[in-house]
Design a protein around this ligand. Structure first.
Ligand SMILES: C[S@@+](CC[C@H](N)C(=O)[O-])C[C@H]1O[C@@H](n2cnc3c(N)ncnc32)[C@H](O)[C@@H]1O
Length: 211
């Protein structure tokens, strides 16, 4: 188990809230772990039932720390240092929040359109909440944006975004992803490695419940 004390930098916690661990979530978690590792942050995937089988690729992710305990148990004595990233919060996250909080908490939930507000499962535990602007993001995007705000000190409204990108499936088909992404240096939305393959695979099923 990695050193998860605040002295070792910021900790990003995704509380897994879905009963299964879909390939889509695996892809997102792999990316979050790798990016946190690369930027000196800790990543903790909490509330992972011992019966859930993590894919081999996810198990190999650098920087992945898996916990069966919930965030409430792990940080019972540090509740005031935990910030819940909450699309329904009244205040947006700002760079100074990096001085106030050590632990940033996210719902491990697949996106849905329209959003069903499953982040409320974490809100009702009483954590201080911050919003990342008005548009729903995937969990990996939400973690990426939070790192950019609290570690790189970029105000949330100064980050370049792409909303609802249209992805080309083949020469006859495209699909719109109804979420917000960070714009990469190549001008494209930043998405986890392997996500495009899953989108193509699931394109016939409709994307309403998938992200
Ligand atoms: C895919 S989103 C889930 C949103 C969702 N439809 C719900 O039911 O709440 C996964 C997580 O990313 C974070 N998130 C996504 N967009 C956000 C935003 N605009 N502001 C704050 N947090 C956000 C939240 O922690 C949320 O639980």
């Amino acid at each position: 188990m990695a050193d998860l004390s605040p002295q070792s930098g910021k900790t990003f916690v995704v509380e897994h809230l879905d009963p299964e661990l879909e390939e889509w979530s695996s892809c997102e978690y792999y990316t979050i772990a790798s990016e946190c590792h690369a930027t000196g942050a800790q990543f903790l995937l909490s509330s992972v039932s011992p019966t859930l089988k993590l894919s081999e690729k996810l198990q190999r992710a650098k920087g992945l720390n898996v916990e069966t305990r919930s965030v409430e148990d792990i940080y019972a004595d540090k509740k005031d240092k935990v910030c819940l990233l909450d699309p329904a919060a009244s205040k947006d996250l700002n760079p100074q929040d990096g001085d106030m909080f050590d632990i940033f908490l996210f719902g491990g939930i697949l996106g849905d359109d329209p959003p069903r507000d499953r982040t409320s499962e974490l809100r009702k535990k009483g954590y201080e909440g911050r919003r990342l602007g008005p548009v729903q993001m995937s969990t990996d995007t939400a973690v990426r944006v939070t790192r950019m705000v609290v570690q790189d000190r970029i105000p949330v409204e100064k980050i370049p975004y792409i909303d609802s990108p249209e992805l080309i499936i083949n020469k006859n088909e495209s699909t719109e992803m109804p979420y917000r992404y960070v714009k990469g240096n190549d001008g494209q939305p930043i998405m986890p490695e392997g996500m495009m393959d899953l989108i193509i695979k699931d394109s016939e099923k409709g994307l309403g419940d998938l992200l």
